[in-house]
Design a protein around this ligand. Structure first.
Ligand code: GLC
Length: 482
């Protein structure tokens, strides 16, 4: 088994260069009507945004009452807030995004954190193979990280590790839980109902790796903790990346289903909001969403996530483009072999197309012709592609806004100074995602929300947060098993 570290690439974020569909020189009335129909289908009006928000809040209440609801509202067993004074060194393993990351986190006090990290690519086969191989791979990566950074452990000592495992896990302790279901293209066999901590600890023990899994944490919870380390007014941690989800600080008296013991009066709740509207009553699903959902490894699940997250936006866009091609309204009815393959239209291309402000749509041309091997494209083709991309991207941001608005209203946090820490490639790189979310929040709450609520990038939140969680686990032995 090999573990290949990969280099990280930082692409500076650009602003959206909006193309008004009214300014396109359409090739036919039929093409114009097809675009108008897409605009209608993909626009989340302020009224719809507010209805989704209301429905979302009802879902939150149900999930806080009992287990097994659509919004799982999982008690994280993380209590107590950080104030940035904490010091120490912890190891974190972050699994659940595109890459696996091992991070050593050093808390220097004064809100200052330094990290060293290595990313490893998880082979697609491992994601859908057997669970033991997947967990063995995780242990190999941690082992090679310890070697690479010459982290030596003496005698019987063990390094404490925070494990960010970003899937729905019903927790029964800070370091125990059972996987409810896989998401985001993972589907390793024999895992549902099992404890990821036990599997990881077994994998370490098999290799004699001197590591103890001290805390299990969702990436949203980690992000909240990481952001709170230097923004004490943080009330929410959100991931807008490969998948999407949020965690927030809830009063324990509101978590009616909580049966555990703790002296704390609030706890971070991992909402698992990617599963929202499983019943399909409120989300404006289109045939393009349904097609993508049917072909995914988890059909009928995580519908909300599939309309928002980076793993899926490119595929929805590809489905729309294919439909226009089949109707001979784009590329003169010809498809390239690349575009004909599933998942080839990456969400990263959408970011570049959104940011393309050249009159000839030069960047869009490069993606279509050099990357997706269309022999040639016309300006009209490129304008249609850009319009489709903008519709899918903006819908995703506005749906995210509906969820955040639900949490802000439920907690009342929009009325006072509060911060939302957000991690994930979509938030980090997708042009104007933050602006679209803020605009959506303003539609719900009015201008005041801009003064009170801030959205910020919690870079590496999911990795750093796991280290912080290991620290809290050591500090708060008050969180007992349910
Ligand atoms: C998926 C997972 C969830 C995670 C999110 C973001 O929705 O189920 O646990 O937080 O992706 O990574």
């Amino acid at each position: 088994m090999s573990s290949t570290p990969i280099a990280s690439k930082i692409i500076p974020k650009a602003a959206r260069a909006h193309l008004d569909p009214a300014n396109i020189e359409y090739t036919s009335e039929k093409q114009k009507n097809a675009v108008a129909a897409l605009v209608e289908e993909f626009t989340v009006t302020p009224e719809l945004l507010k209805s989704i928000q209301k429905n979302f809040m009802e879902g939150m209440k149900k999930g806080l009452k009992k287990d097994g609801e659509t919004l799982a509202m999982i008690s994280s067993y993380v209590v107590g807030r950080l104030d940035g004074t904490e010091v120490g060194s912890y190891l974190a393993l972050d699994v659940g995004g595109t890459n696996l990351r091992v991070v050593s986190v050093h808390l220097n006090g004064g809100g200052e954190i330094t990290t060293r990290q290595t990313k490893y690519r998880i082979d697609e086969k491992l994601k859908v193979g057997d669970a033991k191989s997947l967990f063995d791979f995780m242990a190999v990566c941690v082992d090679s990280f310890l070697d690479e950074h010459q982290i030596v452990v003496r005698g019987d000592a063990q390094i404490e590790l925070g494990f960010t495992f970003s899937f729905p896990v019903l927790q029964t302790a800070i370091n125990r839980g059972t996987l409810i279901t896989w998401t985001k293209g993972f589907n390793a066999s024999g895992m549902v109902g099992k404890d990821p901590v036990a599997l990881l600890q077994d994998a370490f023990n098999r290799r004699h790796t001197p590591v103890r899994v001290a805390a299990l944490v969702n990436d949203t919870v980690g992000t909240l903790l990481a952001y709170a380390y230097n923004h004490p007014e943080t009330i929410m941690g959100v991931i807008l990346g490969t998948g999407c989800n949020g965690a927030y600080i809830e009063k324990i008296s509101n978590i009616e289903k909580w049966k555990g013991k703790t002296t704390a009066d609030e706890m971070i709740v991992n909402m698992e909001f990617g599963a929202f509207d499983k019943e399909r009553v409120i989300l404006p699903l289109t045939m393009f969403d349904n097609k993508m959902d049917r072909k995914s490894v988890n059909p009928n699940k995580q519908i909300f996530e599939k309309m928002i997250a980076g793993m899926y936006l490119g595929e929805i866009t590809r489905n729309i483009l294919l439909n226009l091609i089949d109707r001979r309204l784009l590329f003169e009815g010809n498809v390239s072999a690349d575009l004909n393959q599933m998942w080839t239209f990456e969400t990263a291309y959408m970011s570049s197309i959104e940011a393309d402000h050249s009159p000839t749509l030069h960047e869009t041309r490069k993606i279509l012709e050099s990357t997706l091997s269309f022999p040639s494209t016309t300006l009209n083709d490129r304008q249609i592609v850009k319009t489709v991309v903008e519709l899918v991207g903006k819908r995703a941001a506005r749906l995210s806004a509906a969820a955040l608005a639900g949490i802000l209203e439920h907690t009342g946090a929009w009325k006072h100074k509060s911060a939302i820490g957000i991690d994930g490639s979509l938030f980090e790189y997708y042009p104007s995602f933050d602006t679209d979310i803020m605009d959506g929040l303003e539609e719900v709450f009015g201008e005041e929300v801009r003064k009170n609520v801030s959205l910020g990038l919690a870079q590496d939140g999911s990795g750093v947060g796991a280290g912080l969680c290991a620290l809290l686990a050591a500090k708060n032995s008050a969180t007992k098993d349910a």
